[in-house]
Design a protein. Structure first.
Length: 141
């Protein structure tokens, strides 16, 4: 088992539903520590840059529009196998396919408004954390 860090974003739909605390509880109950956090209204440029890997995909414009539709809560989670553990807590991309008890099954409305983002691999976690946080903003705890 490896102590890992991953980037999590609570998307505009879940922030608007006022379930940030409920989602944080799930991280904590799974043994993931929040070691950095900020609420932010993303600019179009920031959202496009963050999801640049998807820029040729048909859903790219809708995804960017959605991500800038309201503030998001961005956090670094740390724990054993944090990347896979967070993906497990999140559930499948489309809430219709998400297992019962996952964040997306319980709080997401659609494949577009799907409540949370989580890094999908060690390399992307590193890049995504650096995209939003300076090293000095990440608690060493
Ligand atoms: P995320 O990056 O947000 O954590 O989600 P993910 O890994 O589960 O899904 P990914 O394939 O990386 O897609 C990023 C986001 O784009 C939207 N999407 N829409 N309409 C579609 O077919 C479609 N496919 C993906 C979703 O909102 C997804 O979270
Ligand atoms: Mg993804």
């Amino acid at each position: 088992m490896a102590l890992e860090r991953t980037l999590s974003i609570i998307k505009p739909d879940a922030v608007a539903k006022n379930v940030v605390g409920q989602i944080y509880s799930r991280f904590e109950q799974a043994g993931l520590k929040v070691i950095a956090a900020k609420m932010k209204q993303l600019s179009r440029k920031e959202a496009e840059g963050f999801y640049a890997v998807h820029k040729e995909r048909p859903f790219f414009n809708a995804l960017v529009e959605f991500m800038i539709s309201g503030p998001v809560m961005i956090q670094v989670l740390q724990g054993e196998n944090a990347i896979a553990k967070n993906r497990e807590l999140m559930g499948a991309t489309n809430p219709k396919d998400a297992a019962p008890g996952t964040i997306r099954a319980d709080f997401a409305d659609s494949i577009d408004a799907n409540a949370v983002h989580g890094s999908d691999a060690a390399e992307t976690a590193k890049v995504e954390i650096a995209y939003f946080f300076a090293e000095t903003e990440v608690s060493p705890r």
